[in-house]
Design a protein around this ligand. Structure first.
Ligand SMILES: [Zn+2]
Length: 265
């Protein structure tokens, strides 16, 4: 790009790409603070580029064409922050910041794609996207019902189908790639997303993982006890406890074996 072109960009009238973008006050052409300009390339898909523009002190970012829409605005903000660091001197601290920002950027991109029902950009995201919508069960609805019935709606957590084939259900604490804040994440084994899985069974495992958020881990003689007495007592409060345990023991293992052989459930 020549200097002339650049000045045209810099001093030309701002281009609004759609009515929606103009109404929401989000421009796809520059960062919220107005310092980093965005360009789009139909050639890029799984990468982004930054160009240092030393004359004016702020970099420009080239993004894949599909990131022009309003739902990518938070991702573009991370890309702008990334570019501001990427053009600086490569100190160890700065390298670590750049690496963290690029990881968070792809995590947000993958999340937008998954929320739209599209495929994430494979291999780029080291933070797997949160995907509560399955083929047979919508985990957001299951969680909402359990939260309302057993926790008075006070639980604050997110839920996803596990991204590992044949994986188990578990609870973890993750950092939000946009805000950097910690949140509880419940991951449910895909063995429960099956035609032969009744609602009471998937609700049972969601209730179990919810209990891990509210019942603290006990320590006895230096040993960590995750399913202690209080946990087991509260677990039995679930009205379909016996039915769920029966399904968990008798049906889930065969579902997981089928998944590992690549069979649809
Ligand atoms: Zn457990």
């Amino acid at each position: 790009m020549g200097l002339f072109d650049f000045q045209m960009d810099l001093f030309g009238a701002p281009k609004a790409d759609s009515e929606a973008a103009r109404d929401s006050g989000i421009s796809p052409n520059c960062s919220a603070n107005g310092l980093v300009r965005f360009h789009y390339s139909p050639l890029l898909k799984k990468s982004i580029r930054c160009k240092g523009v030393f004359l004016f002190g702020h970099p420009e970012v080239v993004l894949p064409e599909y990131m022009k829409s309003a739902d990518f605005a938070p991702a573009r903000e991370l890309a702008a922050e990334w570019a501001e660091h990427a053009v600086r001197r490569k100190t160890a601290k700065n390298k670590a910041i750049t690496k963290d920002l690029v990881t968070r950027f792809w995590a947000v991109v993958d999340q937008v794609l998954v929320d739209r029902g599209e495929k994430p950009v494979e291999s780029k995201g080291r933070i797997p996207p949160i995907c509560p919508l399955g083929n047979y069960h919508n985990l957001s609805q299951v969680l909402a019902a359990i939260n309302e019935t057993y926790f008075d709606g006070t639980l604050s957590c997110r839920i996803t189908w596990s991204n590992r084939v044949g994986g188990l259900s578990f609870h973890s604490v993750r950092k939000d790639p946009i805000t950097g804040e910690d949140f509880h994440l419940i991951s449910i084994s895909r063995g429960y997303d099956a035609k032969n899985c009744p609602f009471y069974a998937v609700a049972g495992v969601v209730y179990h993982e919810c209990l891990h958020i509210v019942v603290p881990v006990e320590t006895r003689g230096g040993r960590r006890i995750v399913h202690g007495r209080e946990f087991r007592q509260r677990e039995r409060h679930y009205i379909y406890y016996d039915e769920w345990i029966k399904w968990h023991k008798e049906v889930l293992p065969s579902n997981i074996r089928a998944m590992r052989r690549g069979k649809p459930l």
